[in-house]
Design a protein around this ligand. Sequence first.
Ligand SMILES: Cc1cc2nc3c(=O)[nH]c(=O)nc-3n(C[C@H](O)[C@H](O)[C@H](O)COP(=O)(O)OP(=O)(O)OC[C@H]3O[C@@H](n4cnc5c(N)ncnc54)[C@H](O)[C@@H]3O)c2cc1C
Length: 393
Amino acid sequence: MNNIIIIGSGITGLTIGSELQKRKIDFKIFDSRESIGGKIQTFRICKMNLDKGFQVLLRNYPSLKIFPEINDIEYMDFKSGFIINKNNTFFKLLNPLKNLSGIFYYNRFPGFSFKDKVLLLKLYLMKNKIKNDQKPLDFLKNFGFSKSFINDFFVTFFQGVFLDKSLNIPLNYFLFIFKLFATGKVSIPVNGINEIPRTISKKIDPNKINLNSKIKKITKNQIICSDNKKYKFDKLICTNPQIESIFDTEINQNIFKEIKYNGTSCFYFTVTITNIEEKIIYLFPESNLISSLYFIKVTDNKHIVSISSLNKTCSIDDMKKEFIGYFNNIKNLNYLKRFVVDEALPVMNSFYNYNSCSFMEYSTNIFFCGDFLASPSLNGAIESGENLAKGIF
Ligand SMILES: Cc1cc2nc3c(=O)[nH]c(=O)nc-3n(C[C@H](O)[C@H](O)[C@H](O)COP(=O)(O)OP(=O)(O)OC[C@H]3O[C@@H](n4cnc5c(N)ncnc54)[C@H](O)[C@@H]3O)c2cc1C
Protein backbone atom coordinates (compact mmCIF):
# COMPACT_ATOMS: atom_id res chain seq x y z
CA MET A 1 0.00 0.00 0.00
CA ASN A 2 1.44 3.36 -1.05
CA ASN A 3 1.11 6.16 1.50
CA ILE A 4 1.22 9.41 -0.45
CA ILE A 5 1.28 12.65 1.51
CA ILE A 6 0.99 16.10 -0.05
CA ILE A 7 1.85 19.14 2.08
CA GLY A 8 -0.09 22.19 0.91
CA SER A 9 -3.65 22.75 -0.30
CA GLY A 10 -2.72 25.67 -2.56
CA ILE A 11 -3.25 25.43 -6.31
CA THR A 12 -0.26 23.07 -6.68
CA GLY A 13 -1.38 20.62 -3.96
CA LEU A 14 -4.98 20.67 -5.22
CA THR A 15 -3.86 20.06 -8.79
CA ILE A 16 -1.85 17.00 -7.70
CA GLY A 17 -4.78 15.81 -5.56
CA SER A 18 -7.21 16.06 -8.46
CA GLU A 19 -4.80 14.29 -10.82
CA LEU A 20 -4.30 11.42 -8.31
CA GLN A 21 -8.01 11.17 -7.61
CA LYS A 22 -8.58 10.84 -11.37
CA ARG A 23 -6.10 7.96 -11.44
CA LYS A 24 -7.69 6.36 -8.34
CA ILE A 25 -4.45 6.66 -6.39
CA ASP A 26 -4.89 7.20 -2.65
CA PHE A 27 -3.34 10.26 -0.93
CA LYS A 28 -3.70 12.71 1.95
CA ILE A 29 -3.29 16.49 1.80
CA PHE A 30 -2.17 18.42 4.91
CA ASP A 31 -2.27 22.19 5.31
CA SER A 32 -1.67 24.41 8.32
CA ARG A 33 -4.33 26.88 7.16
CA GLU A 34 -7.98 26.66 8.09
CA SER A 35 -9.10 26.86 4.46
CA ILE A 36 -7.85 25.61 1.12
CA GLY A 37 -6.23 27.84 -1.51
CA GLY A 38 -2.81 28.68 -0.07
CA LYS A 39 -1.91 32.16 -1.32
CA ILE A 40 -5.32 32.50 -2.95
CA GLN A 41 -7.62 33.63 -0.15
CA THR A 42 -10.85 35.63 -0.09
CA PHE A 43 -12.38 37.01 3.12
CA ARG A 44 -16.00 37.96 3.74
CA ILE A 45 -15.87 41.41 5.30
CA CYS A 46 -18.92 43.71 5.71
CA LYS A 47 -20.87 41.41 3.36
CA MET A 48 -18.23 41.82 0.64
CA ASN A 49 -15.73 39.31 -0.76
CA LEU A 50 -12.26 40.82 -0.46
CA ASP A 51 -9.24 39.06 -1.94
CA LYS A 52 -6.01 38.90 0.02
CA GLY A 53 -4.03 40.89 -2.55
CA PHE A 54 -4.94 41.91 -6.08
CA GLN A 55 -4.92 38.66 -8.05
CA VAL A 56 -6.32 38.13 -11.51
CA LEU A 57 -6.89 35.10 -13.66
CA LEU A 58 -5.55 35.39 -17.20
CA ARG A 59 -8.21 33.32 -18.91
CA ASN A 60 -5.86 32.12 -21.62
CA TYR A 61 -3.34 30.58 -19.20
CA PRO A 62 -2.40 27.39 -21.11
CA SER A 63 -2.51 25.17 -18.01
CA LEU A 64 -6.24 25.88 -17.46
CA LYS A 65 -7.04 23.28 -20.12
CA ILE A 66 -6.96 20.54 -17.46
CA PHE A 67 -9.65 22.36 -15.45
CA PRO A 68 -12.37 23.34 -17.96
CA GLU A 69 -14.76 23.92 -15.02
CA ILE A 70 -12.74 27.03 -14.10
CA ASN A 71 -14.15 28.62 -17.25
CA ASP A 72 -17.71 28.11 -15.94
CA ILE A 73 -17.13 30.34 -12.90
CA GLU A 74 -18.96 33.67 -13.04
CA TYR A 75 -16.34 36.38 -13.67
CA MET A 76 -15.91 40.11 -13.55
CA ASP A 77 -13.81 40.91 -16.63
CA PHE A 78 -11.53 43.94 -16.71
CA LYS A 79 -11.76 46.31 -19.66
CA SER A 80 -8.83 46.01 -21.99
CA GLY A 81 -6.71 49.09 -21.41
CA PHE A 82 -5.70 51.35 -18.56
CA ILE A 83 -6.33 54.76 -17.12
CA ILE A 84 -3.00 56.41 -16.32
CA ASN A 85 -2.54 59.47 -14.15
CA LYS A 86 0.21 61.75 -15.38
CA ASN A 87 0.75 65.43 -14.52
CA ASN A 88 -2.49 65.38 -12.47
CA THR A 89 -4.56 64.31 -15.49
CA PHE A 90 -6.16 60.97 -16.23
CA PHE A 91 -5.51 59.52 -19.69
CA LYS A 92 -7.24 56.48 -21.07
CA LEU A 93 -4.92 54.08 -22.82
CA LEU A 94 -6.80 51.72 -25.12
CA ASN A 95 -5.18 48.42 -25.95
CA PRO A 96 -4.32 48.85 -29.64
CA LEU A 97 -3.99 45.08 -29.98
CA LYS A 98 -7.67 44.63 -29.25
CA ASN A 99 -8.95 47.91 -30.55
CA LEU A 100 -7.20 49.08 -33.72
CA SER A 101 -8.57 52.60 -33.34
CA GLY A 102 -6.28 52.79 -30.30
CA ILE A 103 -3.35 53.03 -32.73
CA PHE A 104 -4.54 56.13 -34.49
CA TYR A 105 -7.19 58.21 -32.72
CA TYR A 106 -8.09 57.70 -29.14
CA ASN A 107 -4.92 57.24 -27.19
CA ARG A 108 -3.99 60.74 -26.11
CA PHE A 109 -1.64 59.64 -23.35
CA PRO A 110 1.44 61.85 -23.87
CA GLY A 111 3.95 59.07 -23.20
CA PHE A 112 2.48 56.78 -25.87
CA SER A 113 3.95 57.81 -29.24
CA PHE A 114 2.92 56.41 -32.62
CA LYS A 115 6.26 54.58 -32.68
CA ASP A 116 5.45 52.96 -29.30
CA LYS A 117 2.10 51.76 -30.68
CA VAL A 118 3.74 50.17 -33.71
CA LEU A 119 6.43 48.59 -31.53
CA LEU A 120 3.74 47.19 -29.23
CA LEU A 121 2.23 45.44 -32.23
CA LYS A 122 5.67 44.23 -33.32
CA LEU A 123 6.37 42.89 -29.82
CA TYR A 124 3.09 41.04 -29.83
CA LEU A 125 3.78 39.50 -33.26
CA MET A 126 7.25 38.33 -32.27
CA LYS A 127 7.69 34.56 -32.16
CA ASN A 128 6.92 32.92 -28.88
CA LYS A 129 10.34 32.15 -27.45
CA ILE A 130 13.41 34.19 -28.19
CA LYS A 131 17.02 33.34 -27.47
CA ASN A 132 17.99 36.35 -25.48
CA ASP A 133 19.13 36.62 -21.90
CA GLN A 134 18.67 40.38 -21.58
CA LYS A 135 16.69 41.72 -18.66
CA PRO A 136 13.20 42.85 -19.73
CA LEU A 137 13.97 46.56 -19.17
CA ASP A 138 17.13 46.44 -21.32
CA PHE A 139 15.25 44.46 -23.93
CA LEU A 140 12.41 47.03 -24.13
CA LYS A 141 14.91 49.87 -24.41
CA ASN A 142 16.87 48.13 -27.17
CA PHE A 143 13.61 47.25 -28.91
CA GLY A 144 13.08 51.00 -29.34
CA PHE A 145 10.28 51.90 -26.91
CA SER A 146 10.40 55.46 -25.62
CA LYS A 147 11.70 56.03 -22.11
CA SER A 148 8.39 57.52 -21.02
CA PHE A 149 6.36 54.56 -22.29
CA ILE A 150 8.71 52.11 -20.58
CA ASN A 151 8.44 53.98 -17.28
CA ASP A 152 4.82 55.08 -17.35
CA PHE A 153 3.37 51.89 -18.73
CA PHE A 154 5.66 48.82 -18.68
CA VAL A 155 7.27 49.50 -15.30
CA THR A 156 4.16 50.91 -13.65
CA PHE A 157 1.92 48.06 -14.72
CA PHE A 158 4.27 45.08 -14.58
CA GLN A 159 5.80 46.03 -11.22
CA GLY A 160 2.35 45.21 -9.83
CA VAL A 161 2.24 41.92 -11.72
CA PHE A 162 5.73 40.71 -10.76
CA LEU A 163 5.98 42.72 -7.51
CA ASP A 164 9.36 43.97 -8.63
CA LYS A 165 10.06 47.53 -9.81
CA SER A 166 13.17 46.43 -11.70
CA LEU A 167 11.22 43.74 -13.63
CA ASN A 168 14.02 41.32 -12.92
CA ILE A 169 12.40 38.20 -14.35
CA PRO A 170 13.28 35.88 -17.24
CA LEU A 171 12.66 37.72 -20.52
CA ASN A 172 10.65 34.89 -22.08
CA TYR A 173 8.38 34.78 -19.04
CA PHE A 174 7.86 38.53 -19.29
CA LEU A 175 6.91 38.21 -22.99
CA PHE A 176 4.61 35.27 -22.26
CA ILE A 177 2.69 37.24 -19.61
CA PHE A 178 2.66 40.39 -21.78
CA LYS A 179 0.98 38.47 -24.62
CA LEU A 180 -1.58 36.88 -22.31
CA PHE A 181 -2.53 40.31 -20.94
CA ALA A 182 -2.58 41.85 -24.41
CA THR A 183 -4.89 39.35 -26.02
CA GLY A 184 -6.92 37.43 -23.46
CA LYS A 185 -9.52 38.22 -20.84
CA VAL A 186 -8.29 39.39 -17.45
CA SER A 187 -10.79 38.40 -14.80
CA ILE A 188 -11.63 37.95 -11.14
CA PRO A 189 -14.38 35.54 -10.05
CA VAL A 190 -17.44 37.50 -8.88
CA ASN A 191 -17.30 35.65 -5.53
CA GLY A 192 -13.59 36.28 -5.10
CA ILE A 193 -10.37 34.65 -6.26
CA ASN A 194 -10.70 31.74 -3.79
CA GLU A 195 -13.51 30.44 -6.04
CA ILE A 196 -10.70 29.02 -8.23
CA PRO A 197 -9.16 26.66 -5.64
CA ARG A 198 -12.69 25.85 -4.41
CA THR A 199 -13.63 24.78 -7.93
CA ILE A 200 -10.55 22.56 -8.26
CA SER A 201 -11.15 21.06 -4.81
CA LYS A 202 -14.57 19.77 -5.90
CA LYS A 203 -12.66 17.10 -7.82
CA ILE A 204 -11.15 15.80 -4.57
CA ASP A 205 -12.75 13.67 -1.85
CA PRO A 206 -13.00 16.18 1.07
CA ASN A 207 -11.95 13.45 3.52
CA LYS A 208 -8.53 13.47 1.92
CA ILE A 209 -7.87 17.11 2.89
CA ASN A 210 -6.68 17.77 6.45
CA LEU A 211 -6.79 21.49 7.26
CA ASN A 212 -5.50 23.09 10.48
CA SER A 213 -2.70 20.53 10.32
CA LYS A 214 0.67 22.21 10.60
CA ILE A 215 3.57 19.86 9.98
CA LYS A 216 6.36 20.63 12.43
CA LYS A 217 8.92 17.96 11.59
CA ILE A 218 9.73 15.58 8.76
CA THR A 219 11.97 12.53 8.96
CA LYS A 220 12.96 10.24 6.12
CA ASN A 221 9.64 8.39 6.23
CA GLN A 222 7.17 10.23 8.44
CA ILE A 223 5.65 13.64 9.09
CA ILE A 224 4.88 14.92 12.56
CA CYS A 225 2.01 17.38 13.00
CA SER A 226 1.97 20.11 15.63
CA ASP A 227 -0.51 18.04 17.67
CA ASN A 228 2.21 15.33 17.63
CA LYS A 229 0.25 12.96 15.40
CA LYS A 230 2.59 11.02 13.11
CA TYR A 231 1.91 9.76 9.60
CA LYS A 232 4.19 7.42 7.65
CA PHE A 233 4.76 8.07 3.96
CA ASP A 234 6.11 6.16 0.98
CA LYS A 235 6.10 9.35 -1.09
CA LEU A 236 6.05 12.90 0.27
CA ILE A 237 5.24 15.89 -1.93
CA CYS A 238 6.07 19.36 -0.57
CA THR A 239 4.52 22.36 -2.33
CA ASN A 240 6.43 25.12 -0.55
CA PRO A 241 10.23 25.57 -0.35
CA GLN A 242 10.12 26.54 3.34
CA ILE A 243 9.01 23.02 4.23
CA GLU A 244 12.66 22.02 3.78
CA SER A 245 13.51 23.90 6.99
CA ILE A 246 11.59 21.34 9.10
CA PHE A 247 13.43 18.37 7.60
CA ASP A 248 15.52 16.26 9.94
CA THR A 249 19.21 17.13 9.53
CA GLU A 250 19.70 13.60 8.18
CA ILE A 251 17.68 14.45 5.05
CA ASN A 252 17.98 18.26 4.79
CA GLN A 253 20.14 19.30 1.82
CA ASN A 254 19.55 23.06 2.32
CA ILE A 255 18.70 23.52 -1.35
CA PHE A 256 15.96 26.12 -1.00
CA LYS A 257 17.08 28.16 1.98
CA GLU A 258 18.17 31.11 -0.20
CA ILE A 259 14.76 31.58 -1.84
CA LYS A 260 13.33 34.99 -1.02
CA TYR A 261 9.94 36.52 -1.67
CA ASN A 262 8.62 39.92 -2.69
CA GLY A 263 5.64 41.32 -0.84
CA THR A 264 2.76 43.69 -1.42
CA SER A 265 -0.16 45.31 0.35
CA CYS A 266 -3.72 45.86 -0.68
CA PHE A 267 -6.27 48.31 0.75
CA TYR A 268 -10.03 48.25 0.41
CA PHE A 269 -12.27 51.27 0.98
CA THR A 270 -15.89 52.04 0.19
CA VAL A 271 -16.42 55.42 -1.41
CA THR A 272 -19.03 57.64 -2.99
CA ILE A 273 -17.39 58.96 -6.13
CA THR A 274 -18.35 60.27 -9.56
CA ASN A 275 -16.58 60.54 -12.92
CA ILE A 276 -14.69 57.30 -12.60
CA GLU A 277 -14.76 54.15 -14.70
CA GLU A 278 -15.40 50.78 -13.19
CA LYS A 279 -13.59 47.53 -13.99
CA ILE A 280 -10.55 49.14 -15.51
CA ILE A 281 -7.07 49.29 -13.97
CA TYR A 282 -5.82 52.76 -12.98
CA LEU A 283 -2.04 53.27 -12.94
CA PHE A 284 -0.01 55.92 -11.09
CA PRO A 285 3.54 56.20 -12.48
CA GLU A 286 4.29 59.27 -10.34
CA SER A 287 3.11 57.78 -7.03
CA ASN A 288 5.40 56.18 -4.46
CA LEU A 289 2.48 54.52 -2.71
CA ILE A 290 -0.13 53.42 -5.24
CA SER A 291 0.83 51.03 -8.00
CA SER A 292 -2.69 50.34 -9.25
CA LEU A 293 -6.33 50.49 -8.27
CA TYR A 294 -9.76 49.62 -9.59
CA PHE A 295 -13.37 50.40 -8.72
CA ILE A 296 -16.37 48.09 -8.48
CA LYS A 297 -19.88 49.42 -8.07
CA VAL A 298 -21.76 48.10 -5.04
CA THR A 299 -24.87 50.31 -5.14
CA ASP A 300 -25.87 53.41 -7.13
CA ASN A 301 -23.86 55.67 -4.87
CA LYS A 302 -21.27 53.33 -3.42
CA HIS A 303 -18.12 51.80 -4.94
CA ILE A 304 -15.41 49.59 -3.50
CA VAL A 305 -11.94 50.72 -4.41
CA SER A 306 -9.13 48.17 -4.22
CA ILE A 307 -5.70 49.82 -4.05
CA SER A 308 -2.44 47.90 -4.43
CA SER A 309 0.90 49.10 -3.18
CA LEU A 310 4.42 47.72 -3.24
CA ASN A 311 5.01 49.66 -0.04
CA LYS A 312 4.13 47.18 2.69
CA THR A 313 4.51 49.69 5.52
CA CYS A 314 2.16 52.32 4.09
CA SER A 315 -0.38 53.34 6.73
CA ILE A 316 -4.12 53.57 6.19
CA ASP A 317 -4.05 57.36 6.68
CA ASP A 318 -1.21 57.86 4.19
CA MET A 319 -3.03 55.75 1.63
CA LYS A 320 -6.26 57.72 2.18
CA LYS A 321 -4.41 61.00 1.69
CA GLU A 322 -2.71 59.76 -1.47
CA PHE A 323 -5.98 58.49 -2.93
CA ILE A 324 -7.87 61.70 -2.15
CA GLY A 325 -5.03 63.65 -3.78
CA TYR A 326 -5.80 62.00 -7.12
CA PHE A 327 -9.62 62.01 -6.98
CA ASN A 328 -11.24 65.24 -5.79
CA ASN A 329 -14.87 64.22 -6.26
CA ILE A 330 -15.00 61.91 -3.23
CA LYS A 331 -17.48 61.58 -0.39
CA ASN A 332 -17.72 59.03 2.41
CA LEU A 333 -14.36 57.32 2.12
CA ASN A 334 -14.54 54.43 4.58
CA TYR A 335 -11.78 52.00 5.37
CA LEU A 336 -12.67 48.32 5.02
CA LYS A 337 -9.49 46.27 5.20
CA ARG A 338 -5.76 46.25 4.60
CA PHE A 339 -3.89 43.07 3.72
CA VAL A 340 -0.12 42.89 3.91
CA VAL A 341 1.34 39.87 2.12
CA ASP A 342 5.01 39.56 3.04
CA GLU A 343 5.74 36.48 0.99
CA ALA A 344 3.75 36.85 -2.20
CA LEU A 345 5.96 35.97 -5.18
CA PRO A 346 9.38 34.30 -5.21
CA VAL A 347 12.19 36.61 -6.27
CA MET A 348 13.92 35.55 -9.47
CA ASN A 349 16.25 32.66 -8.53
CA SER A 350 17.91 29.69 -10.11
CA PHE A 351 14.80 27.53 -9.57
CA TYR A 352 12.52 30.01 -11.32
CA ASN A 353 12.55 27.75 -14.28
CA TYR A 354 9.85 29.07 -16.55
CA ASN A 355 8.54 26.42 -18.91
CA SER A 356 10.73 23.46 -18.08
CA CYS A 357 9.98 20.41 -15.97
CA SER A 358 8.93 22.41 -12.89
CA PHE A 359 9.24 19.85 -10.10
CA MET A 360 12.19 18.31 -8.29
CA GLU A 361 13.04 14.82 -7.05
CA TYR A 362 14.66 15.80 -3.75
CA SER A 363 15.38 12.21 -2.68
CA THR A 364 14.02 8.81 -3.68
CA ASN A 365 10.75 9.37 -1.78
CA ILE A 366 10.54 13.18 -1.34
CA PHE A 367 9.53 15.61 -4.09
CA PHE A 368 9.16 19.39 -4.30
CA CYS A 369 6.89 21.31 -6.62
CA GLY A 370 4.97 24.58 -6.73
CA ASP A 371 5.01 27.99 -8.37
CA PHE A 372 8.58 28.62 -7.12
CA LEU A 373 9.84 25.82 -9.42
CA ALA A 374 7.83 26.93 -12.44
CA SER A 375 6.67 30.53 -12.56
CA PRO A 376 4.99 32.55 -9.83
CA SER A 377 1.39 32.40 -11.00
CA LEU A 378 -1.67 30.21 -11.02
CA ASN A 379 -0.46 28.94 -14.38
CA GLY A 380 2.93 27.97 -12.93
CA ALA A 381 1.34 26.25 -9.91
CA ILE A 382 -1.04 24.14 -12.05
CA GLU A 383 1.73 23.32 -14.51
CA SER A 384 4.07 22.23 -11.73
CA GLY A 385 1.40 20.05 -10.08
CA GLU A 386 0.37 18.47 -13.37
CA ASN A 387 3.99 17.77 -14.39
CA LEU A 388 4.72 16.15 -11.05
CA ALA A 389 1.65 13.90 -11.24
CA LYS A 390 2.57 12.86 -14.78
CA GLY A 391 6.24 12.46 -13.92
CA ILE A 392 6.08 10.25 -10.83
CA PHE A 393 2.75 8.36 -10.96
C1 LIG B 1 -0.61 39.15 -3.46
C2 LIG B 1 -0.47 38.14 -4.55
C3 LIG B 1 -0.81 38.49 -5.86
C4 LIG B 1 -0.73 37.53 -6.87
N1 LIG B 1 -1.21 37.85 -8.11
C5 LIG B 1 -1.36 36.86 -9.02
C6 LIG B 1 -2.07 37.10 -10.23
O1 LIG B 1 -2.59 38.20 -10.46
N2 LIG B 1 -2.18 36.07 -11.12
C7 LIG B 1 -1.63 34.84 -10.88
O2 LIG B 1 -1.77 33.93 -11.73
N3 LIG B 1 -0.96 34.58 -9.73
C8 LIG B 1 -0.83 35.54 -8.81
N4 LIG B 1 -0.19 35.29 -7.62
C9 LIG B 1 0.55 34.03 -7.48
C10 LIG B 1 -0.33 32.81 -7.13
O3 LIG B 1 -1.25 33.12 -6.13
C11 LIG B 1 0.61 31.71 -6.67
O4 LIG B 1 1.57 31.48 -7.67
C12 LIG B 1 -0.10 30.38 -6.37
O5 LIG B 1 -1.24 30.56 -5.59
C13 LIG B 1 0.91 29.45 -5.66
O6 LIG B 1 0.28 28.24 -5.35
P1 LIG B 1 1.11 27.07 -4.67
O7 LIG B 1 0.15 25.98 -4.39
O8 LIG B 1 2.30 26.74 -5.49
O9 LIG B 1 1.69 27.66 -3.29
P2 LIG B 1 0.91 28.16 -1.99
O10 LIG B 1 -0.34 28.80 -2.37
O11 LIG B 1 1.90 28.95 -1.22
O12 LIG B 1 0.58 26.81 -1.19
C14 LIG B 1 1.46 26.19 -0.30
C15 LIG B 1 0.65 25.68 0.89
O13 LIG B 1 1.52 24.92 1.73
C16 LIG B 1 1.10 25.10 3.06
N5 LIG B 1 2.22 24.78 3.98
C17 LIG B 1 3.48 25.29 3.93
N6 LIG B 1 4.21 24.79 4.96
C18 LIG B 1 3.40 23.97 5.67
C19 LIG B 1 3.57 23.16 6.85
N7 LIG B 1 4.74 23.13 7.50
N8 LIG B 1 2.51 22.45 7.29
C20 LIG B 1 1.32 22.47 6.62
N9 LIG B 1 1.10 23.22 5.51
C21 LIG B 1 2.12 23.96 5.03
C22 LIG B 1 0.73 26.58 3.12
O14 LIG B 1 -0.15 26.84 4.20
C23 LIG B 1 0.07 26.80 1.76
O15 LIG B 1 -1.35 26.67 1.84
C24 LIG B 1 -0.24 36.22 -6.58
C25 LIG B 1 0.14 35.88 -5.27
C26 LIG B 1 0.00 36.82 -4.27
C27 LIG B 1 0.31 36.40 -2.85
